[in-house]
Design a protein around this ligand. Sequence first.
Ligand code: UDP
Ligand code: MG
Length: 320
Amino acid sequence: MNPRSPGAKDLISLVVPFYNESEVIDAFFREITPVLRNIAHAEYEIVCVNDGSTDSTLDHLLAACAADPRIKVIDLSRNFGKEAAMTAGIDAATGEAVIPFDADLQDPPEAIPAMVEKWREGFDVVLAKRAERQTDTYAKRSSAALFYRVHNAISDIQIPANAGDFRLMSRPAVDALKQLPENRRFMKGLFAWIGFRTTEIEYSRRPRAGGKTKFSGWKLWNFALEGMTSFSTLPLRIWTYIGGATAAFAMLYSAYLILRTLIRGVDIPGYASIITAVLFLGGVQLIGIGVIGEYIGRMYVETKRRPVYIIRKIYQQGDS
Ligand code: UDP
Ligand code: MG
């Protein structure tokens, strides 16, 4: 599965986005380096993406980079968001196996050797599934569960629940991922879309090693909408059915009104039913327009074909 000449070492790329993570960087390198170093028959590189941090993250990264030729730093021109930062890192990774990893050490480094083991058994994708997420708040856990349920119910692509971005991908899987042309990158969905032979390992998510989460409730909500509109057109199609049902109901009701008028004559009162119908239909139409707008907005952004991220500079020992 992984053609290697005997004795040759696999190159494993760890891709890590950093956004204002100066508090955790030192702990990060301290924990991750021995783990990567101890993987048998493997070399490694750490691709660090500085996602427009406004604190001293870049300085810390450059110091680490100067001390270790296996650390590469990609400095983006501004904050592009985690999905774009991860894309930048994955694009720059050169390894036979690529592992996206969170800087805050919420993904346990100990899981990496187990993933590599599975990959060597012949799997292209090794998902790390969160066995339990006690370290997340109740609200985050339940909203995440709801998101996976709704998303998987309405889209063709099933995202495994509780699998984050933490996974190992073989080179063919990474090359497939890089072929997907969309600008708005909902990585969990894209990861699932490419397919490949997949297996899972379980791990428990740890608390953040320091600093604060970068995802507020509002950001997560938008992220969830992004996910659902990226991989499903059901929200658009459903309006056909709602419209059809409303029209059918309106037809029946008007038939009833006509009959009633023929039998009982004209009666003026009816303000309540009219205003209810008008308001209800107005509301339904506005929601419909909103959903269509959501997709048109996405099309608008996609048609501009702007790059997903802009690199300010790449740092690696030996480069000038
Ligand atoms: N991150 C990023 N750009 C952003 C937000 C987050 O690169 O705009 C990185 C962040 O530095 C971390 C990872 O994405 O390495 C996960 O972020 P965080 O831990 O805040 O998310 P959570 O674990 O709370 O979902
Ligand atoms: Mg985190």
